[in-house]
Design a protein around this ligand. Structure first.
Ligand code: GH3
Ligand code: MG
Ligand code: MG
Length: 449
């Protein structure tokens, strides 16, 4: 509250000053122990000042813990003539202690008894603030020391300035050892440059903080994976001062990740193997959807045996696309694939009987298996196929003057018996097909019976 009114006397001015500073001024006449208080002094004690008439009385009001120390300070001042200075607590009836700061000096006047003049000041607020500061510092230290992550201060040259217990554990060096090194000394050589680059970006002010996963080489020589987070502390003037780093050991996690990756790789390999196995076991050609070589071979022997029992002829037609490589080379592999699909479809249309089998035997080679079909009928099927393919009018730039896609065919027919095999019949058809190639392609050759 602002003061309003007139300060008529020196005494009033002094009283206002006392109240403002929460001050009490005292005079102590040592012989006879007589204590007096200046008028206007602030009431700092649980008793009114006028009742505190001796140092003995006053000392009884001081907290028992502080009494000895305060009395010793007074004695020292009296003996040496130096300033009396003390801080002590006064237990108050409300419960909270009041902190009092005392200063005084000894007065020697010739012919007068020894005296001391001094002041008392309420410093509870400042003391509480100081206590809070100390407590917070203690808490901070405990947090720093006992943190489950490594925390450290690192200088601009990379040297460790302050490290906590966990930090030492992670890199396997003692605190004294670590404080003689730089972070680069314990970093895996392959990670040093990346770390420095990020450190420099902090120094330049390009960023406030950075995180990286990196490796340390611990004192025992082990690789330690850590997640590092670094921020920069600047001076009041904004100049780079030092770095605060938080270091989290992620070696266990990295190990698990490596194990998981290895497991995934093994599983993927297994899946690839299994897929290949299944493809082997499958009976269908994935590109054209017709039977594959495996299916054909199984059916061939079965039909051979059946034809033997039923005494019926069995025919095979081998079909090979002419100059297919040239088509691939000029129109592209995808166009080649599309042509193969179309040929498969026309084969299916030509071999109409339900017992007929159409198969892709390899690359651009197809086979027909025609049960109960004699040589003239098989030749007829081959001719139909030739016509069907010409009718499709597919381009083949490699096919000489016509530039049309054509096929060469070999036809073989047998009356199956014990001496022969399905495989033998297939070979005969294949040889006939090669003769067709030699005869200029786009032709049909029939194997000798
Ligand atoms: P020829 O008239 O003597 O039969 O000549 P060609 O070029 O057809 O014979 P060759 O056996 O030399 O070439 C066959 C070509 O078929 C080679 C290969 O690139 C191609 N081929 C094999 N399989 C596939 C496939 O699945 N897709 C495609 N687009 N091309 C294939
Ligand atoms: Mg071929
Ligand atoms: Mg060919």
């Amino acid at each position: 509250m602002p003061f309003s009114g007139m300060l008529s006397s020196q005494a009033e001015r002094l009283a206002l000053a006392h109240q403002t500073a929460q001050l009490a001024t005292w005079e102590w006449t040592v012989p006879g122990d007589k204590l007096t208080w200046a008028p206007g002094s602030t009431e700092l004690y649980p008793l009114p000042l006028r009742d505190i008439v001796s140092v003995e009385k006053w000392l009884s009001l001081v907290h028992p813990i502080d009494q000895g120390r305060v009395w010793a300070s007074l004695q020292r001042a009296l003996e040496s003539g130096e300033e009396y200075y003390a801080r002590y607590r006064i237990p108050m009836p409300e419960g909270e202690d009041r902190w009092v700061l005392a200063r005084g000096r000894v007065i020697h006047e010739p012919g007068s008894p020894q005296r001391m003049l001094g002041i008392n000041m309420d410093v509870t607020e400042a003391a509480t603030a100081q206590e809070a500061l100390v407590a917070s510092e203690v808490r901070f230290r405990a947090t720093f020391e006992q943190a489950a992550v490594g925390i450290c201060h690192v200088g601009l040259d990379g040297s460790w300035l302050r490290v906590n217990r966990r930090c030492c554990e992670i890199v396997g060096y003692s605190e004294q050892e670590l404080l003689k090194l730089t972070f680069a000394d314990v970093t895996h050589p392959d990670d040093v440059d990346a770390d420095w680059a990020l450190v420099n970006s902090l120094i330049r002010g390009d960023r406030q903080t950075y995180s990286m996963e990196k490796r340390y080489r611990s004192k025992p020589g082990a690789i330690v994976w850590v997640n590092l987070t670094v921020s920069m502390v600047r001076t009041e003037g904004g100049e780079p001062d030092y770095f605060i780093s938080v270091i989290e050991d992620i070696t266990a996690r990295k190990k698990l990740e490596a194990e998981r990756d290895a497991l995934i790789a093994t599983l993927e390999e297994r899946v690839r193997e299994r897929t290949a196995e299944l493809e082997q076991l499958s009976l269908t050609d994935p590109l054209t959807g017709i039977a594959n070589r495996r299916c054909y071979n199984l059916r061939l022997e079965a039909e051979w045996a059946r034809a033997m029992r039923s005494r019926q002829p069995l025919s095979v037609i081998a079909v090979d696309v002419d100059h297919f490589k040239a088509l691939n080379d000029t129109l592209g592999h995808a166009a080649g694939d599309a042509v193969l699909v179309e040929i498969a479809q026309s084969l299916t249309r030509v071999a109409k009987r339900t017992t007929d089998l159409v198969a892709r035997y390899g690359g651009e080679e197809f086979l027909l298996l025609l049960p109960d079909t004699d040589a003239p009928s098989a030749l007829h099927v081959a001719q139909s196929l030739e016509a069907a393919i010409l009718e499709m009018n597919l381009p083949n730039p490699g096919s000489g003057a016509t530039s049309r896609l054509t096929v060469s065919q070999g036809v073989a027919t047998a009356w199956p018996n014990k001496r022969g095999t399905g495989e033998g019949l297939l070979l005969a058809a294949d040889r006939a097909m090669y003769r067709a190639k030699q005869n200029g392609r786009q032709t049909i050759c029939v194997a000798e019976p």
